[in-house]
Design a protein around this ligand. Structure first.
Ligand code: PEP
Ligand code: MN
Length: 336
């Protein structure tokens, strides 16, 4: 259930109402502090209405019929826009974030980042802490990689997103990264999600490879219910019976999520397909079905990449992607 306040309600009044609810052992959270302040609360509609007794600051008290509440479009009808540095995700502009799967060296990162910037990317991606399927695979450069990302992002004036794999790393990641990514293997790591809810940094939440849409939205709910409304959903493919592609990119999830949630949705066709030759066509399809952005793996020499080279575009292919998506962006009524 959500309690929506009238425009102009002071935070003092909202704090008093939060206090009333929590002092009656109801679990309540402030979730929206921009145009309308909203409290999410769990409990019986009748009891809550009686408790708040037609308070003049309250616009309405609304029951939400889904298991997820605060991420629901029923709770907040307008699109949430998430600022990642100076880039806004979920507004008119389709945002493209490009960069290597993993940071391997200063030279690799700098060359790739310069190329994606020149091609028109809005943000940079790169893994410093890698969550790999085998313990024998490259595990990332850790904090050293994070510092390299920070340095390159400052030099090129580009915000960057990087994956956080442990709750204990959230503080150091939040110090350096513009946005924190939760990988597919961690979508249901609830301790990590709660920790991310306590920082105000934007979170790019990837769909678990075996997660339903409802589980995906509930993972976002974990972050928001702890007080961080800055969540971007990322469809990155799910595991099906089809072994030809690495994952099955569930593009139907994109319009579904946009209809049922107010959060921005981006698509990762690199992990979604596992094949570089499928990245451009699926990027076009993602934009056509309403994605707010793309997350693309790029490597200056994909054949030599220490991770995910098979699905990485080289700089020329990335530049082609940026050109070829333009008509799809325009047809979707968006801008690049
Ligand atoms: C990545 O973005 O490099 C990554 C590991 O993604 P995922 O968690 O979707 O596999
Ligand atoms: Mn990868």
């Amino acid at each position: 259930m959500v309690i929506i306040f009238k425009a102009g309600t002071t935070s003092q009044i909202v704090a008093e109402i939060l206090e009333t609810l929590t002092s009656h052992n109801l679990s309540a959270f402030l979730i929206h502090d921009k145009t309308n302040m909203i409290i999410g609360v769990q409990g019986d509609h009748k009891i809550i209405s009686q408790l708040l007794n037609d308070h003049p600051a309250i616009e309405k008290i609304k029951s939400i019929s889904t298991s997820y509440q605060l991420v629901s479009r029923d709770a907040i009808p307008e699109n949430t826009k998430v600022s990642v540095g100076k880039v806004v995700v979920g507004d008119k502009k389709v945002i493209v974030i490009g960069g290597p799967c993993a940071i391997e060296s200063r030279e690799q990162l700098f060359e790739t980042a310069t190329a994606v910037k020149e091609a028109g990317a809005h943000g940079l991606r790169g893994g410093a802490f890698k969550s790999r399927t085998s313990p024998y695979y490259f595990q990332g450069l850790g904090v050293a990689g994070l510092k390299l990302l920070h340095e390159v992002s400052q030099a090129l004036d580009m915000p960057f997103v990087s994956e956080v794999i442990e709750a204990d790393d959230v503080a150091v990641m939040a110090r350096f990264a513009t946005a924190l990514q939760v990988g597919t293997r961690n979508m249901q790591n609830y301790r990590l999600l709660k920790e991310l809810g306590r920082v105000k940094k934007p979170v790019l939440l990837k769909r678990g490879m075996s997660a339903t849409i409802e589980e995906f939205l509930l993972a976002a709910e974990y972050i928001i219910s702890e007080g961080n409304p800055n969540v971007i959903l990322c469809e990155r493919g799910i595991r099906t019976f089809e072994p030809t592609t690495r994952n099955t990119l569930d593009l139907a999830a994109v319009p579904y999520l946009k209809m049922h949630s107010h959060l921005p949705v981006i698509v990762d066709p690199s992990h979604g397909t596992g094949m570089s030759e499928l990245v451009i066509p699926m990027s076009k399809a993602a934009i056509a079905c309403g994605a707010d952005g793309l997350l693309i793996e790029v490597h200056h020499h994909p054949k030599e990449a220490l991770s995910d080279g098979r699905q990485s575009l080289n700089p020329q292919q990335f530049a082609r992607l940026m050109n070829e998506i333009e008509p799809f962006v325009a047809a979707a009524g968006r801008e690049l």
